[in-house]
Design a protein around this ligand. Structure first.
Ligand code: MUC
Ligand code: MG
Length: 376
C-alpha cells in the first residue's frame, strides 16, 4: 500500500523586501508567502508555496490573498487530501479541480508539495517527474522598480558589472505615459547594448495610450512590452500585436492552457509569461507551454515573486523546455531581505542553477521559519 497523506500545514511567512518594489497597482515593502508542509505516512515531507503581490492588489477579478489561500487549503483542500494515497498526483488534482473552481494559487502550492513529496519518495528531482531537465542553468532577469530613475540606473549597472543579470524589466504605468517613456529611455540609454530592457505596464493603459506608449518605446530600443492593456481585452492585445514589431508579452491575460488557446485563436502574436501560480502548478504551467509552442508564441518563465520554494518549483518546470525565448524572471528570493531555506538558490552568470537533489532540492531552515512566520 503506498504512503498516504497524513498531515497538511499552511504557514504565513512575511519577509521584508530589500527596497520598495513599485508596480502600477501597488508598492511592495514585504512579501507574504503561504508555505505548505505536507507529510505522508512514511514520514516524508513535501513543500509547497503560494504568493501573490500586494495582498489583493494584483491579478484577476476574483483574486486570492495569502490569507485566503491559507483558508482555502485549511478548510476545503485539507479534509479532501488527508488519508489519500500521496503518489497519484493526477487523481488528487482531478479531485481538487472538481470540488473547487479557480483558486489556482492554492492549487499550485498543493501540486508543488505533491511533486516534492513524490520526488523525495523516488529519490529523483521534480524535473525528472516532469520528463527531465534540458537545462541546468536558467537565465534570470531583474526588475528595476525602485520608482527612481537614477537609483534604477545604479542598480542596473552594478548588476551588469557583477554578471548577476543582463536583462531588465521596468515596472511602469502609474505615471503619465510620457513620464514613463522618459524614465525607460534614460535607463536604456545608460545600459546601451549591454542589456535587454523590457517594460511591464500591468494593465494600466487603455488601447490609445498603449499605442502611443508602444510607438515611443519601440523608438527608444525597448525589446518587449508586458500586459499594456486590461487582461480581459483580448481584442486590444491582438490589434496592438499586429500594429508594432515591438513584441507584447501577455501576462495577466493568460492564466492557463485554455486562455493561451483563446488568445492565440483570436490572432495574438507575441510571447506569454507562464506562472505556476496562475496555471495551478508546475505541471499545469507546462500544459500552457505546449499550447503556446504550437501557436508560435514565445515562452517566458514568469513569477509572482515567490520565495525559494515556489521559485525552485517553477525552475524545475522551465528546465524541461527546450527554448525559453525570453528567459525568466525567477529572481523572487533576491528581492527579499532573508530566506527560510538552509541553502539558497545560486544566482550567477545572469541566471540561476537548477537545484539538485530529491524533490525540489530545497530544505526549510526551522529557525528562520519560526522567526518570520506570522504570529497570532
Ligand atoms: C508581474 O506582473 O510580472 C514579476 C516580476 C515583478 O517584478 O513583478 C512580477 C509580476
Ligand atoms: Mg507582469
Amino acid at each position: 500500500m503506498s504512503a498516504t497523506i497524513e498531515s497538511l500545514e499552511t504557514i504565513l511567512v512575511d519577509i521584508p523586501t530589500i527596497r520598495p518594489h513599485k508596480l502600477s497597482m501597488t508598492t511592495m515593502g514585504v512579501q507574504t508567502m503561504v508555505i505548505v508542509r505536507m507529510k505522508d505516512s512514511d514520514g516524508l515531507e513535501g513543500l509547497g508555496e503560494a504568493t501573490t503581490i500586494g495582498g489583493l492588489a494584483y491579478g484577476p477579478e476574483s483574486p486570492e490573498s495569502p490569507e485566503s489561500v491559507k483558508l482555502t487549503i485549511d478548510t476545503y483542500f485539507k479534509p479532501q487530501l488527508i488519508g489519500q494515497p500521496a503518489g497519484n498526483i493526477n487523481t488528487l488534482r482531478v479531485m481538487l479541480g472538481r470540488s473547487t473552481r479557480g483558486n489556482s494559487l492554492a492549487k499550485s502550492a498543493i501540486e508543488t508539495a505533491l511533486l516534492d513529496l513524490q520526488g523525495k519518495r523516488l529519490n529523483r528531482p521534480v524535473s525528472d517527474l516532469l520528463g527531465g531537465a534540458v537545462h541546468a542553468h536558467i537565465p534570470v532577469l531583474w526588475t528595476l522598480a525602485s520608482g527612481d530613475t537614477a537609483k534604477d540606473i545604479d542598480e542596473a549597472l552594478s548588476l551588469i558589472a557583477a554578471r548577476r543579470h543582463c536583462d531588465f524589466k521596468l515596472k511602469i504605468g502609474s505615471r503619465p505615459v510620457m513620464d514613463d517613456v522618459r524614465h525607460v529611455a534614460a535607463i536604456k540609454e545608460a545600459v546601451g547594448d549591454q542589456a535587454s530592457v523590457r517594460v511591464d505596464v500591468n494593465q494600466a493603459w487603455d488601447e490609445a495610450t498603449a499605442a502611443k506608449g508602444m510607438a515611443e518605446l519601440q523608438a527608444a530600443g525597448i525589446d518587449l512590452v508586458e500586459q499594456p492593456t486590461p487582461m480581459k481585452d483580448y481584442a486590444a492585445l491582438v490589434r496592438l500585436s499586429s500594429k508594432f514589431h515591438l513584441p507584447i508579452l501577455a501576462d495577466e491575460a493568460v492564466a492557463d492552457a485554455k486562455d493561451m488557446y483563446s488568445l492565440a485563436a483570436a490572432g495574438f502574436a507575441g510571447a506569454v509569461a507562464m506562472k505556476i501560480a496562475k496555471a495551478g502548478g508546475p505541471a499545469r504551467a507546462l500544459e500552457q507551454a505546449m499550447v503556446a509552442q504550437a501557436a508560435g508564441i514565445g515562452l517566458y518563465g514568469g513569477t509572482l515573486l515567490e520565495g525559494t520554494i515556489g521559485t525552485a518549483a517553477a525552475l524545475h518546470a522551465w528546465s524541461t523546455l527546450e527554448t525559453l525565448h525570453w528567459g525568466t524572471e525567477m529572481f523572487g528570493p533576491l528581492l527579499m531581505k532573508d530566506d527560510i531555506v538552509v541553502k539558497p538558490l545560486r544566482f550567477h552568470d545572469n541566471g540561476v542553477d537548477l537545484p539538485t537533489g530529491a524533490g525540489l532540492g530545497v530544505e526549510i531552515d526551522e529557525d528562520k521559519l519560526a522567526h518570520y512566520r506570522r504570529k497570532g
